[in-house]
Design a protein around this ligand. Structure first.
Ligand code: 13P
Length: 288
């Protein structure tokens, strides 16, 4: 199957009250593990590529060529979207040119007017090419009654301004953060999520920072309109732990070093296990 826009899979997820996972890729092993798992579990999937990971893989054209070829060689039939994660304005155009099927423009650090103007332009470009576009809305400090919370929250009115531009999906802070959550994290702000949902209507919402959010909170977020959940750190941690164990066991080729394919295999399996666990929680298994 060719790469697809994330629009249809995410509208189905929104209506069916489950979420599609975005798993970030960094190399061939990561990509292979995620594609294999999605196919085995008959789940749609989104492959996220940060600008740093794109650079590491020598450029977005290499990424597109690799993913397209793997879909063909591995006989992947489930829907796969190749998505730029937290794209800059210039990065979006590079990925559109390179053949990505989905783009995230992260204009959250711009003043809202500039975010609106740039997002509007990209909505039009992506619509013409049949690509999905994710936008992000600037955050307001998580301060309430003088207490600074952990993880920031978006302003629902700003969310509406961006959603009304016709973006495919909208990422908005609800107390979520990238990486591991600190011990004193207060949890997701469902009141903010409900307020955003009320203002943004049918636009499927995205939850970034999917690593380490308790299952009950994930399920509640899905019930309130989240249709896409991003996971990166958890795959990295699983890969690191499995690789460390393998090296400690010392199974090298009798002084010739480690066989690179064997060295990376436990980490690749750990990514598969992590993706499977997430797809179970998100409810996307069997939804391809
Ligand atoms: P985590 O690294 O916390 O899983 O977040 C990933 C993410 O949101 C990528 O955009």
């Amino acid at each position: 199957m060719a790469l697809v826009s994330a629009k249809e899979m995410l509208e189905k997820a929104r209506d069916g009250k489950y979420a599609v996972g975005q798993f970030n890729i960094n190399n061939l092993e990561w990509t292979k593990s995620i594609l294999q798992t999605a196919q085995e579990l008959n789940s749609p999937v989104i492959l996220g590529v940060s600008e740093g990971a794109g650079k590491y893989m020598t450029g977005f054209k290499t990424v597109t060529a690799m993913v397209k070829a793997m879909i063909e060689e591995m006989n992947i039939t489930v829907p796969v979207a190749l998505h730029l994660d937290h794209g800059s304005y210039e990065g979006c155009y590079k990925c559109i040119e390179a053949g990505f099927s989905s783009i995230m423009f992260d204009g959250s650090h711009f003043p809202i007017e500039e975010n609106v103007a740039k997002t509007k332009e990209l909505v039009e470009v992506c619509a013409k090419k049949g690509l999905s576009l994710e936008a992000e809305v600037g955050s307001i400090g998580g301060e309430e009654d003088g207490v600074v919370g952990l993880g920031e929250c978006a302003d629902p009115d700003e969310c509406k301004k961006i959603a009304d531009l016709g973006v495919t999906i909208l990422a908005a802070g609800i107390g979520n953060i990238h990486g591991k959550y600190p011990a004193n994290w207060q949890g997701l702000r469902f009141d903010v999520l409900e307020a955003i949902k009320k203002k943004t209507g049918d636009t499927p919402l995205v939850l970034h920072g999917g690593t380490g959010i308790p299952t009950d909170m994930i399920k509640k977020a899905i019930s309130l309109g989240v249709a896409k959940i991003n996971v990166n750190t958890e795959c990295q941690l699983a890969f690191q732990e499995a690789t460390r164990k393998y090296i400690e066991e010392g199974k090298d080729l009798a002084g010739k070093g480690f066989d690179p394919r064997k060295l990376l295999a436990p980490g690749a399996q750990a990514i598969k296990d992590t993706v499977k666990e997430k797809m179970e929680i998100f409810g996307s298994i069997g939804k391809a």
